[in-house]
Design a protein around this ligand. Sequence first.
Ligand code: ATP
Length: 319
Amino acid sequence: MALIEVEDVRRTFTVRTRAGRLKRVKREVRAVDGLSFTVDAGECVGYIGPNGAGKSTTIKMLTGILVPTAGRLRVAGVDPSRERVSLARRIGVVFGQRTTLWWDLPLRDSYELARRIYRVPDGRYRANLDRCVELLDLGDLLDTPVRQLSLGQRMRGDLAAALLHDPQVLYLDEPTIGLDVVSKAKVREFLREVNTLQRTTVLLTTHDLTDIEQLCGRVMVIDHGRVVYDGGLDGLHAAGDSERTLVVDLAEARPPIDVPGARVVRVEGPRQWLAFPAQDSAAPLLAAVAARYPLVDLSVREPAIEDVIARMYAEVAIG
Ligand SMILES: Nc1ncnc2c1ncn2[C@@H]1O[C@H](COP(=O)(O)OP(=O)(O)OP(=O)(O)O)[C@@H](O)[C@H]1O
């Protein structure tokens, strides 16, 4: 069942720019330009794209903050901008860059306020709070004012606040930004649990592609307000023409070796790096290298997803 429906949605902004000393001209910016997709209940979807691609504008329309210029939007059966109050009970939102908690209040009081605003029944509130406190390790922090929390602690606090009312959809905008490795791991583990056990639908915007690799079965890449890729991470590699690398340690330093189906991209003493198409099997290549040259060691490196996406953006920009 589709929980999020976006059908040919557009959103333009009129901006005024200087033209000469006194004159100002109006210009139309198409932030979202004919966007269509659906997200089914229980999915965890990465929503990624370069700066200015239209991600925040999409999320703002899906939360009812912005009204689309044209097109149709539904979240959990509700038109976001027309029914913001009933939508608020169905969604949770976390912005990595700013908090939705009350700065001067202890976490516990912020949660209590959220309980009243969303009219969460007592039993459900208790159960959800206990679960979040345990999974996010918030026990010792509940009585600390939000302004005294570290960034990682605050983010964990924000995640709990977004989930106390059992939303069907959770929007996450850069949830791991600025966090250290340990905090990132904790946040990701929690999100995985929320998505797989609670079956909460997650739409995740991030520039940290490890978030996507570890959490999302599906990725949507957006550029210039349109979806340019929608599918699994594997397919993203194929779409971006990505390459894997075979790293070989030869018995001695040599000029670049010659093996069909691969090309040497780097040589450092006896070590050589051979690039080959990511979708090809590495086995024949390994066999060919081993048959021709005395080897000490070899390993295969997967392409960095950042490189794949950078390549894809470059193709879109050229095309
Ligand atoms: N309120 C606004 N007024 C004018 N232009 C806007 C407004 N909001 C967004 N834009 C423009 O719309 C385009 C899309 O912006 P948006 O913030 O949705 O991108 P984004 O993908 O979220 O980028 P980032 O990764 O940098 O957050 C940009 O060109 C931006 O300048």
